[in-house]
Design a protein around this ligand. Sequence first.
Ligand code: APR
Length: 307
Amino acid sequence: MKISVIGAGNVGATCAHILASKGFAQEVVLVDILEGIPQGKGLDMWEAAPVAGSDTFVSGSNDYAPTAGSDIVVITAGLARKPGMTREDLLAKNTEIVKDVTSNVAKHSPNSILIIISNPLDTMTYVAYKVSGFPHQRVMGMAGILDTARYRSFIAMELKMSVEDISAVVLGGHGDTMVPFPRLTTVGGVPLTDLLPKERIDAIVERTRKGGIEIVNFLKTGSAYYAPAAAAAQMCESIALNKRRVLPCACWLTGEYGLRDLFMGVPAVLGTKGVEKVLEINFSPEEKEAFMKSSEAIRKTMNEAKL
Ligand code: APR
């Protein structure tokens, strides 16, 4: 298992580090346009391997030759948000970056599975799909695991119970229109709606929707990276070990939920072939309305990308 991570900034380097610590890949290659950065970070991570007890070999490069034959490529290259910016403000610049990165990746690793993290997420995943020409099962975006993790972490804080026992799903686009599902959220099998009053749940849902900007406003110089990187590493693990975990990811829809021809966050089975199945939920009328509204927001940004 060879995994390349493109973009050796906050998200990319953190993701490579998590992958190296987990140890299921033989090799992780970091790529960035900044001279010396991927090489330095890669070598530093490899030097941590004896202490971490992992044999995953990490290296870095400014070109794509060392990534050749990757099984999975995680694309994190691009600008990150600063306070006052929406993810959509990154569209023009990140479209150019993701185009450039994807064409290089597709040339060197034509059989790879692509996981996109660059924002605006759903549209950048679409850019990678179009430019790579890969089957849609091999192109996906990381967002739903992150949004769900934020939601679960807020519930755990509120209830003072373990994050591990909070089972939940947040779907739709990776933006203000994302759709958390309190009806489907359970804590050790107990419905969340039996444990918290509606106004507390609504406040958690709202905080989840704004989870990204909350971090940006703290950091000021960039956006979140620990949780996004951990989420992408979980997707890599499910694919690499064929765990077939059911994880919310941005997948290409071909009629599921009555939608087609867009990437959107839905529950997906991730295995060695990539997205092996998209699971459909029977929505309530309000849930359906929120999901459809989210799909419209994604289409608007997709159209603005003018591919
Ligand atoms: N090829 C390779 N790397 C590139 C390219 C390119 N064409 N263009 C930019 N990069 C690199 C930058 O040099 C930088 O090291 O991408 C890296 C981005 O790192 P950060 O600025 O630290 O941003 P990060 O926080 O990692 O976010 C990256 O993920 O979550 C999203 O919105 C976020 O779009 C952003 C992306």
